[in-house]
Ligand binder design. Structure first.
Ligand SMILES: NC(=O)C1=CN([C@@H]2O[C@H](COP(=O)(O)OP(=O)(O)OC[C@H]3O[C@@H](n4cnc5c(N)ncnc54)[C@H](OP(=O)(O)O)[C@@H]3O)[C@@H](O)[C@H]2O)C=CC1
Ligand SMILES: O=C([O-])CC(=O)C(=O)O
Length: 438
C-alpha cells in the first residue's frame, strides 16, 4: 500500500495536506499531488505548494496577513487557517485511521465530508480516510477523493482508495462498512443475505488480519444486523463487543415522530430504544422513552397510536422514503452514523442512552445469545459501551421483542455457512422485510 508521507513543512505549519493514494492489487497503483495550491481565507494566510515530481513537494511559501478577529472564524478553520493559532494546533491528537466501504455510494457521499470536517471526532482530531471500492467503482472513488481534496479540510491528513480490503483496512481504528448490494427485482431476501453476507465474511477476515486489534466496526449495509454478525464471526481476534449494526437512524426517526405528536422540540425526547433487527420487525420502545423527563405514555396518552401508528411509521419509514425519493435514505443515514460514532466517543448524557445493534452474549434482558440485536447502550466516551440495565418491560414489549428476535435467529440459520456454524437452513418469516421493502 502506497501512501505518501506527510510533507514535514505542512505538518509543522498545520496546513491542509490531504493525501491521495490508490490502493489495489488488480488496479495499477498511482499517486496524485495531494498538495494543491490553497487560497483559503486569504485574510488569514495564503499558502502555495508546487509538485516537483511525484511524492516530492516543495516547502510551502507562507505569507501571513492580518488575521480576522477570532469571532469571525468558524469551527475548525479558526484552528488551522489562522497561522497565529499555531500553538492551538499543536494540541492536535494523534492521527486516526478510518476505513469506509461503499465509499462511492450515496451514504458515503454525505458521510465522508462530515468525517473530514471534524464534526464527528472533534476539531483537534486529524484523520486518515481509507476508502474501499470495487473495480466497478474505482473511477467514482477517484472522483470522491478529488472532491475531498478540493474541500481543503485541515484535519484530513490522508486519503487512500483501493479495492482490496486487506490493504484498505490496514491499521484501521474505525471501519464503517456501508457497501452492500441493494435488493433488486425478483430477488429473495435470502439471496441478499447470501450475496451481502459473503462481502461481510471477506471484510471480517480482512479486518481480523490487518486492522487495529481494537477497531470499532459499524455495519450499515443491509441486512445490517446479520451482516455485522457475519463480519464479527469472521474476525475472532477482534472483541465481539466492537461490532455494531446501525439502528441509530431508526432511533432518530422514532424521536422525531414522538416529538411531533407531543408538540415538543425533538431534543426533549430521550431514552428511546430500538430493539432488535433493522427491519420492519424492529421495536421502537415507547414504554421506557421520555419526553421532557416524563414517561412518553404519560405525555402521549394514546396507547393505540403508540402501538400501531407510531410503531409502524418507524418500522416502515425507510420504505415510504424510497417511494418519495426513488432511492433509500442517504443523508439522514449519514447523520445517524455520525450520531452513532459520537455516542461512542463522547460520554452519554446522565440518565440517557442510545440504541445500537450489538452482540447479545451476556445481555441482561433474556434475549437469545449469539445474535446482533439493537439494545440500549451507554458509553463513557472511550469507544466502548455498557448495556443499560434499568429498563422495564410489559407483555406488549416482550411479545414484540420475541418477534424481531425470531427473525434474527432465522437470519442467523440462513447464513450458518458464512459464520462457521454448519449448513445454512433458510426459513425466513415471510412477512418480514428491510425498512425499504414495502
Ligand atoms: N442501517 C441503516 O440504517 C441503513 C442502511 N442502508 C444500507 O446501506 C447500504 C448502502 O446504501 P447506499 O450508500 O445508499 O447505496 P449505494 O447503492 O449508493 O452504494 C452502495 C455501494 O455498495 C457497494 N456494493 C457492494 N457490493 C455490491 C453489489 N454486489 N452490487 C451493487 N453494489 C455493491 C457499491 O460500491 P462498490 O462497487 O464500491 O463496492 C455501491 O457503491 C445499502 O445496503 C442500504 O440498504 C441504507 C440506509 C439506512
Ligand atoms: O431499507 C432500506 O433499503 C434502507 C434502510 O435501511 C432504511 O432506510 O432504513
Amino acid at each position: 500500500m502506497a501512501v505518501a508521507e506527510l510533507n514535514p513543512a505542512f505538518t509543522k505549519t498545520h496546513l491542509h495536506s490531504s493525501q491521495l493514494s490508490f490502493l489495489s492489487r488488480s488496479v495499477p497503483t498511482h499517486q496524485h499531488c495531494a498538495f494543491p495550491t490553497l487560497h483559503r481565507n486569504q485574510q488569514h494566510a495564503r499558502i502555495s505548494c508546487s509538485v516537483t515530481q511525484q511524492n516530492q513537494v516543495q516547502a510551502p511559501a507562507v505569507q501571513t496577513q492580518e488575521p480576522n478577529s477570532k469571532s469571525d472564524c468558524y469551527g475548525v478553520f479558526c484552528l488551522t487557517y489562522d497561522l497565529k493559532a499555531e500553538e492551538e494546533t499543536k494540541s492536535w491528537k494523534k492521527l486516526i485511521n478510518i476505513a469506509v466501504s461503499g465509499a462511492a455510494g450515496m451514504i458515503s457521499n454525505h458521510l465522508l465530508f462530515k468525517l473530514a470536517s471534524g464534526e464527528v471526532f472533534g476539531p483537534d482530531q486529524p484523520i486518515a480516510l481509507k476508502l474501499l471500492g470495487s473495480e466497478r467503482s474505482i473511477q467514482a472513488l477517484e472522483g470522491v477523493a478529488m472532491e475531498l481534496e478540493d474541500s481543503l479540510f485541515p484535519l484530513l491528513r490522508e486519503v487512500s482508495i483501493g479495492i482490496d480490503p486487506y490493504e484498505v483496512f490496514q491499521d484501521a481504528e474505525w471501519a464503517l462498512l456501508i457497501g452492500a448490494k441493494p435488493r433488486g427485482p425478483g430477488m429473495e431476501r435470502a439471496d441478499l443475505l447470501d450475496i451481502n453476507g459473503q462481502i461481510f465474511a471477506e471484510q471480517g477476515k480482512a479486518l481480523n488480519a490487518v486492522a487495529s486489534r481494537n477497531v470499532k466496526v459499524i455495519v450499515v449495509g443491509n441486512p445490517c444486523n446479520t451482516n455485522a454478525l457475519i463480519c464479527m464471526k469472521n474476525a475472532p481476534n477482534i472483541p465481539a463487543k466492537n461490532f455494531h449494526a446501525l439502528t441509530r437512524l431508526d432511533e432518530n426517526r422514532a424521536k422525531c415522530q414522538l416529538a411531533l405528536k407531543a408538540g415538543v422540540f425533538y431534543d426533549k425526547v430521550s431514552n428511546v430504544t430500538i430493539w432488535g433487527n433493522h427491519s420492519t420487525t424492529q421495536v421502537p420502545d415507547f414504554l421506557n422513552a421520555k419526553i421532557d423527563g416524563l414517561p412518553v405514555i404519560d405525555v402521549i396518552k394514546d396507547r393505540k397510536w403508540l402501538e400501531q401508528e407510531f410503531t409502524e411509521m418507524v418500522q416502515k419509514r425507510g420504505g415510504v422514503l424510497i417511494q418519495k425519493w426513488g432511492r433509500s435514505s442517504a443523508a439522514s443515514t449519514a447523520v445517524s452514523i455520525v450520531d452513532a460514532i459520537r455516542s461512542l466517543v463522547t460520554p452519554t448524557p446522565k440518565g440517557d442512552w442510545f440504541s445500537s445493534g450489538v452482540y447479545t452474549d451476556g445481555n441482561p434482558y433474556g434475549i437469545a445469545e449469539g445474535i446482533v440485536f439493537s439494545m440500549p447502550c451507554r458509553s463513557k466516551g472511550d469507544g466502548d459501551y455498557e448495556l443499560v440495565k434499568d429498563v422495564i418491560f410489559d407483555d406488549y414489549l416482550r411479545n414484540r421483542i420475541a418477534k424481531t428476535e425470531a427473525e434474527l435467529l432465522a437470519e442467523k440459520r440462513c447464513v450458518a455457512h458464512l459464520t462457521g456454524e454448519g449448513i445454512a437452513v433458510c426459513d425466513l418469516p415471510g412477512d418480514t422485510m428491510l425498512p425499504g421493502e414495502m
